[in-house]
Design a protein around this ligand. Sequence first.
Ligand code: PLP
Length: 408
Amino acid sequence: MTTPDSAPPDQPVNWQRFLAERTQCMRSSAIRELLKISQLPGVISFAGGLPAPELFPVREIEEACSYLLRHEPKQALQYSTTEGYPPLREFLADSMSKYGIHHGPDNVLITTGSQQALDLIGKIFIDPGAYVLTGRPTYLGAIQAWRAYQSDFVTVPLDEHGMCVDQLEEIVTQTPVRFIYVLPNFHNPAGTTLSEERRHQLVDIARRHDLIIVEDDPYGALRYTGEDLIPVAALAPERTIYLGTFSKTLTPGLRIGWIVAPTEIRARLVQAKQGADLHTSTFDQMIANDIAQRGILKVHVRQLRDVYRERMTTMLDALEEFWPAGCSWTRPEGGLFLWAEAPDCVDGVEMLKVALDHKVAFVPGVNFYPHADGGQNAMRLNFSCAKPDSIVEGIHRLGRAIKDVLPE
Ligand SMILES: Cc1ncc(COP(=O)(O)O)c(C=O)c1O
């Protein structure tokens, strides 16, 4: 039955009218549309952040699935606790302690990928208009997650040694920030590593100003040259929330990440996660645990390091060979990305269109700046997903595309 004022069934609903204020802060990037083209056959894509799919330990995961379904089906397919599967938490606490992070399993929370960890952090810390301090550039997924909570950002530039922490003090004295977000190892997108000296400086500033730090470390295990550096969480366990993930070391499809945090904050994060998804897939956690406990993960990571090191070196050599004068790039010690800059007159977004005509793709640097105030001539290049031949060909094509857009 309809009243005289009710909307007729064929009238379109004005959904906009019902959306929460914070939903207006969520943006889907125009670049995503452009990058859909990069999925087309024949395009060599350096755009994604994907691990090499041909290296996924498929047989080992299949064995783990069969084993679990045969021997532990009631547990594997059942609801479980929000905190996460205890043996996996114990494994993670133990492996973190080898890097100097000595929290126990009770300080570990399993998350549905690190992306969920970023979202939960936004949920518990960010009020509308609150400031988050990040590097410039920084991880796009973090900007997206925190914008949804109506955060604002204050930013610090990066150089070849990571975040310029000497500029932090001035910012934090002027602006109250909820937390400092750092990506110390093999930064996404910049490919840089925060030097040990700067890690100490960062902790010193955080202590003096009583600030907390979010340390996002998806790539730490993927080091190809040099020595491991001490995690920020090991230097300042009382004020650092550490994020890890199996996405790059095992497979992103399992969606297993973790947070290591001081007790009080871990309890808040557990509450936030309850409302989000009750818990991360029990089955996926048990698969990851099986792979990790049987030592397969360790061997797999060793293989990844060898393959990715070769791909990174191939890309660096190809850049040297094919790109015109005036371009520069970072030389990462690990991870999946490097950051390249064309001469200042080149606009990265325009450049992407030309690059797609040459059948090669990348992500324009400006997307990684919370205020779109930098990276106009920059590109993030992923080197893990394409095979060496394609890397050489793709960098050659990109070099031609840059020459096309450079003035005569
Ligand atoms: C810096 C950083 N943080 C978090 C994530 C999210 O990873 P996950 O697949 O664990 O959600 C990524 C993924 O690329 C990343 O690069």
